[in-house]
Write a protein that binds this ligand. Structure first.
Ligand SMILES: Nc1ncnc2c1ncn2[C@@H]1O[C@H](COP(=O)(O)OP(=O)(O)OP(=O)(O)O)[C@@H](O)[C@H]1O
Ligand SMILES: [Mg+2]
Length: 193
């Protein structure tokens, strides 16, 4: 069953938020396990804010020595396994990336975000080389404005399109997304269990 992780070395880029949005949307149709592999535990905190649909389970990773088993256990139980990673390189991050079928790299439209996305792409490539397989990755523009793009924003898009695959979908900056961390639940209304 597919394992999708969310990684970038830029803190606050939108990893946890994108994981929540994708996880809760997928859970409308199938079983999803979300692994919180960030010591800051923001995904776990989100999961405690409001009741989750029965098709979503959030599991806290016990750390680098356990992550591989946690992923295989989750794969046996659910159709999709999503992993929320911390914003800095660590053995835990490396192990999770190595086990992933897709790594989503959220990025804002600022130079620091783009630099971090490029750094993360390089890290994914290194992991892939070590494992002798290409690990698919995709950049997701997050926290973007729905308005017409500025010159700088267009430049950042072009730069990232040169170095990696960029998703057509963007996660625009919306109060509905930031309030997930305050009210819990998913982007769509949670159906009662
Ligand atoms: N699409 C969005 N619209 C509005 N706010 C957003 C969006 N994406 C993220 N945010 C806000 O930006 C902040 C950082 O987002 P998030 O926690 O998802 O980033 P992160 O990459 O997981 O951060 P960290 O590296 O600290 O784990 C949060 O306060 C969140 O509410
Ligand atoms: Mg996070």
């Amino acid at each position: 069953m597919p394992v999708i992780s969310f990684a970038t070395s830029k803190g606050g880029a939108g990893k946890t938020t994108s994981a929540i949005v994708l996880g809760t949307e997928l859970a409308e149709g199938t079983e999803v396990i979300m692994i919180d592999a960030d010591p800051a535990k923001r995904l776990t905190r989100w999961s405690s804010l409001a009741p989750l649909p029965p098709s979503v389970k959030v599991v806290r990773s016990q750390g680098e020595r356990f992550i591989q088993d946690e992923i295989s256990d989750a794969q046996r139980e659910a159709s999709f396994v999503l992993i929320d990673l911390e914003g800095s390189a660590s053995r835990l991050t490396s192990f999770a990336i190595a086990e992933s079928d897709l790594v989503i790299i959220p990025s804002g439209e600022e130079q620091q975000d783009a630099d971090a996305a490029i750094e993360t792409l390089a890290e994914i490539e290194m992991e892939g080389r070590a494992r002798r397989r290409a690990i698919p990755s995709a950049i997701l523009f997050a926290r973007t404005s729905a308005a017409v793009k500025s010159k700088l924003e267009k430049h950042i898009h072009r730069e990232l399109m040169k170095v990696g695959r960029v998703m057509k979908t963007e996660l625009h900056r919306r109060t509905a997304f930031s309030s997930l961390h305050n009210a819990g639940g998913g982007a769509s209304p949670v159906r009662p269990s």
